[in-house]
Design a protein around this ligand. Structure first.
Ligand SMILES: [Zn+2]
Length: 356
C-alpha cells in the first residue's frame, strides 16, 4: 500500500475563526496521508452519525505507533487489514496508543494488539475505566442506574425500555482488551521516532484524556479534547452521579490556553486546523451561553428532562435520552456546585431543579 500524496494541494479554508490548511480534503478511506513528517492520517469511515474518526500512524523509528483504533465494525476491520498489510511490510507495529476509553478510540485496540504483538499505551484512569466497563455485563441494569434516570424525569415507558435493554453495551462495542498496558501521564515527555511529544491530559469528556503535543514541531494530536466543529460530549454518568464534569471541562479549557496558539491541531473528528485558542474560546462560550439560558429557564422549577428544550433547541429522540440526560445533568450540576441552582429530591420521583 502506498501513501496517498497530493499532486495538487487543496487550498486552505478559513471558517469561524479557524484555518483548515487542507480545506475539507481528507484521504480516501484506507489511504494514509503524511500530514507532517512521520505522522500519517487515516480517516476511518464509521457507521452512525459520527461518520468517521481520524486515526494516526506515527513513525517510531524501528516500529510504528498507532494512535486510536475505531470501533470493531467489519468495515473498520477491513480498512485496518489493508493498512496493516501495507505498514507491516515497512516495520512492525510496536505500540497502540489510545487517547481515551471511548469505544470509537479503543474499539479495535485488543484486536490490533493480538494481530501485531504491540503494547497498549494509555493514561491510567482511561485504562481502568475501560477495564471496569468491559467487565460489567448484566441481564438487567442495576437499580442505581434506573433510579438515576427516574430522578432525571424519564417517563415510565422509557424506564421500562431501559430495563429491557440489559446492561453492558460498552462491552459489545469493544473487541477483546489487553490485560496489561504502558501508562502515560500528564507532563510526561514521550519520544516516538524523531518527535518528542508532551502528554497533556484534559478532563470532562473523559477523566484523563491524553493529548500529544509536539511543542518543537508545532503539532497536537487532540483526540476528542478539542474538536473543530462539534462539541465533545460532557456528561454526568451513573457511576458518579454527583460528579461535576463540566467544571472539569472548563478548567481543562483554561489549562489548554497555555499551549501555543500556533499548533497544527489534529482532531479525532473533523478536519485538521489552526486556531487552537479561538476554538477553546468558542467551546467555553458555548457552555457559558447554555448555562446562562438554563439558569433563566430554572426560574420555574424543572426536571432535567424538561431542560432538554433549552439546552439542545431541537426535539430529542428517545434513543438519545441517555446522552442528553448526562449533558443536561452536567450543566445543572455546574450551576448547583456554584450556588446558582438547587435540587429538591423526592423518594421515587424526579429531582426538581430551580435557580436561586
Ligand atoms: Zn470520546
Amino acid at each position: 500500500m502506498s501513501d496517498q500524496s497530493l499532486t495538487q494541494p487543496p487550498a486552505p479554508e478559513r471558517r469561524r475563526g479557524l484555518t483548515y490548511p487542507l480545506g475539507r480534503w481528507s484521504p480516501e478511506p484506507g489511504e494514509l496521508h503524511e500530514i507532517a513528517a512521520g505522522v500519517r492520517w487515516l480517516r476511518m469511515p464509521m457507521p452512525f452519525s459520527l461518520d468517521h474518526i481520524n486515526l494516526w500512524v506515527l513513525d517510531g523509528g524501528d516500529h510504528h505507533v498507532i494512535v486510536d483504533t475505531a470501533i470493531p465494525a467489519p468495515g473498520c476491520k477491513d480498512v485496518w487489514r489493508r493498512v496493516l498489510d501495507g505498514i507491516t511490510r515497512e516495520k512492525p507495529v510496536g505500540k497502540v496508543l489510545c487517547t481515551h476509553y471511548h469505544p470509537d478510540h479503543i474499539g479495535n485496540a485488543g484486536w490490533l494488539i493480538k494481530k501485531t504483538g504491540a503494547t497498549l499505551v494509555m493514561a491510567q484512569t482511561e485504562y481502568l475505566m475501560a477495564r471496569m466497563l468491559l467487565g460489567d455485563i448484566r441481564d438487567e441494569p442495576p437499580e442505581e442506574a434506573v433510579r438515576f434516570y427516574e430522578k432525571a424525569g424519564w417517563p415510565d415507558a422509557q424506564l421500562r425500555d431501559f430495563r429491557a435493554a440489559g446492561w453492558g453495551r460498552f462491552a459489545r462495542a469493544v473487541s477483546s482488551f489487553p490485560v496489561t498496558y504502558e501508562r502515560i501521564r500528564d507532563g510526561q515527555l514521550y519520544t516516538i521516532g524523531d518527535r518528542t511529544w508532551r502528554i497533556v491530559t484534559g478532563s470532562g469528556h473523559t477523566p484523563e484524556h491524553a493529548c500529544l503535543v509536539d511543542d518543537e514541531g508545532g503539532l497536537m494530536i487532540a483526540g476528542d479534547q478539542v474538536l473543530p466543529r462539534i462539541t465533545s460530549n460532557v456528561s454526568v454518568h451513573v457511576t458518579e452521579p454527583m460528579a461535576d464534569p463540566l467544571g472539569d471541562w472548563l478548567a481543562s479549557i483554561d489549562r489548554f490556553r497555555s499551549l501555543s496558539g500556533d499548533l497544527h491541531v489534529l482532531p479525532a473528528h473533523g478536519f485538521p486546523f489552526h486556531g487552537l485558542h479561538a476554538r477553546l474560546d468558542q467551546l467555553a462560550e458555548d457552555h457559558y451561553q447554555k448555562l446562562t439560558a438554563l439558569e433563566r429557564f430554572l426560574a420555574r422549577p424543572r426536571t432535567a428532562l424538561a431542560c432538554f428544550e433549552v439546552l439542545f433547541h431541537r426535539a430529542i429522540d428517545v434513543k438519545e435520552y441517555g446522552i442528553a440526560t448526562g449533558e443536561a445533568i452536567a450543566h445543572l450540576r455546574w450551576l448547583e456546585q456554584r450556588g446558582r441552582a438547587v435540587r429538591e429530591t423526592h423518594e421515587g420521583r424526579a429531582d426538581i431543579w430551580r435557580s436561586i
